[in-house]
Design a protein around this ligand. Structure first.
Ligand code: F6P
Length: 375
């Protein structure tokens, strides 16, 4: 009998990639739903690192999840299992004797080690990087259900991911707070938010927090249009302006701002806020300050919406296994939770549609995207 056909009695869960508020809620839902079915539930520590340790240590890289272990964690940020966005098992960095780094595929070892520990199925919680890993493991014969996670909201085939609402809530509150200090000093405040190559966080927080300018990757900006908006406001007696900029925003004809090249093709975005601010200063001669929200967006307690999404996703992943499903991603299709084949969800990102009603709403409210269209 192949592993895929075997009746489930033991499952594992891993959390991979950047953390997002709601991960602990998923772990709790998976654990309680698994235990309810009489299954043993194990948590793999630090993404997949816990199952890639030398054989004699693998036991230490997994933790048996019990009712007690997952008590009182729904509202906690982060992940009790730990995570990493640096040790992708498909491109695992190994240091060679000459000090250079080689990337190797260690997914076979994951499948082998999980079998060694009689794990019948894996619930993998993560963003697009983890989704590719889930796909590879599934193709290698492991029974896998993927749970989508990211504050960036950029995963395709799901209406939303948990973590996004918490990030938007914090960014909105930050913009709210900046209004009074910006107004008191007659300054321009530039707020940089995460989101990678998608502008969801900037757009939603910018509209909800009444920013004056929103810069997102999907609508390349013209810095002169930003300056025009600031000057227009000055002429109307509003001597301050709030600009929210997504880390992946780029000027028309320009490139994204990269803070650091990680190993392999990954890049760490960031620095666009400083760049935009310095250009605003030199064009408008106004006092301009930058606030980079960065990892604050990933921390803190998940909102009730994110907790609910996370709990629903976790429980749905276990139900999928119980129903004999395999190689699928849990997805939100309001009001339902549904399942889509991992192969369909992979490789595509979900960007802000430039004609979406949220973008149109922003324009109707007079918010500028610093493009050719009049706000
Ligand atoms: O994908 C989540 C995210 O927070 C992005 O918004 C951001 O670009 C990236 O992760 C930051 O990664 P790191 O934790 O490596 O700084």
């Amino acid at each position: 009998m192949s592993t895929k056909e075997k009746k489930i009695s033991r499952i594992a869960i891993s959390t991979g990639g950047g953390d997002a508020p709601g991960l602990n809620a998923v772990i709790r839902a998976v654990t309680l739903s698994g235990l309810k079915r009489g299954w043993d539930v194990y948590g793999i520590q630090d993404g997949f690192r816990g199952i890639l340790l030398p054989e004699q240590y693998v036991e230490g890289g997994m933790v048996k999840l019990t009712f007690d272990k997952v008590r009182g964690i729904t509202h906690l940020g982060g992940t009790m299992l730990g995570t990493s966005n640096r040790n992708n098992p498909m491109r695992y960095p190994i240091e060679l004797p000459d000090g250079s780094i080689e990337e190797v595929d260690r997914t076979d070892e994951i499948v082998r080690n999980l079998r060694l520990h009689h794990i019948d199925a894996l619930i993998s919680v993560g963003g697009d990087g983890s989704l590719s890993i889930s796909d590879a493991l599934s193709k290698k014969g492991l029974r896998v259900i993927h749970v989508p996670k990211t504050i960036d909201n950029d995963l395709d085939k799901t209406d939303a991911t948990f973590g996004f609402d918490t990030a938007v809530g914090f960014a909105t509150e930050s913009v709210d707070r900046l209004h009074s200090t910006a107004a008191s000093h007659g300054r321009v405040m530039v707020v940089e938010v995460m989101g990678r190559y998608a502008g969801w966080i900037a757009l939603h927080a910018g509209v909800a927090g009444s920013a004056d300018v929103i810069l997102i990757p999907e609508i390349p900006y013209d810095i002169n249009k930003v300056a025009e908006k600031i000057k227009d406001r000055d002429r109307m007696g509003r001597h301050y302006t709030i600009v929210i900029v997504a880390e992946g925003a780029k000027p028309a004809g320009g490139k994204v701002t990269i803070r650091e090249h990680k190993i392999g093709k990954d890049e760490r975005l960031g620095g666009i806020g400083e760049q935009v601010a310095s250009e605003i200063r030199s064009i408008t001669e106004k006092e301009t300050r930058v606030v980079v929200l960065g990892h604050l967006l990933r921390g803190g307690t998940p909102t009730s919406l994110d907790r609910l999404r996370a709990l629903r996703f976790g429980a749905a992943a276990v139900r999928a296994l119980d129903d004999g499903q395999d190689g699928v991603m849990v997805a939100l299709d309001p009001p339902r939770v549904k399942y889509v084949p991992i192969t369909e969800a992979i490789g595509q990102m979900k960007y802000v549609p430039v004609d979406s009603d949220t973008v149109l709403t922003a324009r109707d409210l007079g918010i500028s995207f610093a493009d050719a269209k009049k706000a």
